[in-house]
Design a protein. Structure first.
Lengths: 200, 200
DNA sequence: ATACTCCGTTAACACTGTTATAAAATATAA
DNA sequence: TTATATTTTATAACAGTGTTAACGGAGTAT
């Protein structure tokens, strides 16, 4: 009875065909414009067949999210194994993480739910510049008082902001719960570390 | 001729009515489910009137983004002014930033294009746990070799990951450009600072 | 009173995810 | 081989979405 086997094989082929077509569409036009109908047209089948292989559109996206995390883990791990001492490992891993994010932007944006307001959108928001400016001034004073007054305050601002934004978004993703602001050891850990280093 | 003034006033009132209705809808059901038709129904006008006040849906969202950055700047600045020395200022500002993000999650998510995969979605991705586990193991070794072996590796992981994610997403938002991985002073700055502190 | 400019409407276009229903193709049993 | 049962595929619809063209009516200006 090779019939059942053939059917299973065909089912698997169809599944990967859907994923491959979807991926091509994403590479061409981004996540925002991906649609079930476009996938159906690409694989030259009608729309409902897709629903025989995936419960809904989110299931397709979830599949890619999984693939993304697999690949991220693999690349970071490889970078780690190329180094011997722990400090170099952590730095190499950070670099690998960064490389993954920008070499596979589509993956990264999906994995972390980044709608990505385009560069134009951001530049239109003058209010963002006020914010940057305000924080930079504080950092400038801190740097002036430190033992390394040549440090670039904009570099430090970028770092400071990134730490804050990273803390917030990772927290938002991992826990929906409302958090007591007075109980944030991670925030304390990261910020006090940053400040200590700034003043050293 | 008070007529022209009255018309201008009415136009302004309509504009704020649209924004207020939109805001209520967002508070009730989130950004994802906000639609022009729902706004129209809420203000008891037909759909096209909205297009007389805003070019399109994005223009409405942009308005809220602006408001968000204004409010964020204000709250962070107030927190800054309550402190005297720079270190306390930077820490208070970080706390204010954090508070803003979680007290006005809708604003924050819009401002940074966070689609926010829900907690359930994230938990379904087992691959995320592999990643976490892998990194935690490296941190555990680093902590064991440091002079503070009692430090929680999961706390440090959370910090490490947040720094990386923050760097990446801020970079993705502010510059569309493809970046040369060998030229990332901010990444160097943040990660080497983290590692130094970890080993101290 | 006539012409004209707004303001607001209805109705449509071109999409989206999802699904009920019907038909065609295939597999099984007689 | 024929007839029945099963699975696979397609058509067409539902309920939404953003956006806009076309039309009506009220208020203003000449």
């Amino acid at each position: 009875m090779g019939i059942a086997e053939r059917k299973l094989r065909q089912k698997e082929e169809m599944r990967t065909a859907i994923l491959e077509a979807a991926w091509q569409l994403v590479l061409a036009d981004g996540w925002q414009s991906l649609s079930i109908r476009k996938i159906a047209e690409a694989i030259e089948y009608s729309v409902p067949v897709i629903y025989h292989h995936f419960e809904n559109k989110d299931a397709i996206l979830l599949e890619f999210t999984r693939q993304g995390f697999q690949q991220l883990t693999q690349e970071v791990e490889e970078a780690c194994q190329k180094e011997s001492d722990v400090a170099s490992q952590l730095e190499a891993m950070a670099q690998a993480y960064w490389n993954f994010a920008f070499n596979h932007q589509e993956y990264y944006q999906l994995m972390f739910g980044l709608g990505i307001p385009t560069c134009e959108t951001v530049n239109r928001v003058a209010e963002m510049k006020s914010f940057s400016h305000m924080v930079v001034e504080v950092l400038r004073r801190a740097i002036a008082r430190s033992s390394h007054p040549e440090v670039d305050p904009w570099l430090k601002f970028h770092t400071y902001w990134s730490i804050l934004h990273g803390l917030v978004s990772i927290q938002m993703i991992s826990k929906q719960a409302i958090v007591d602001p007075r109980n944030q050891p991670v925030l304390q850990d990261a910020v006090s570390g940053f400040v200590k280093l700034l003043q050293s």
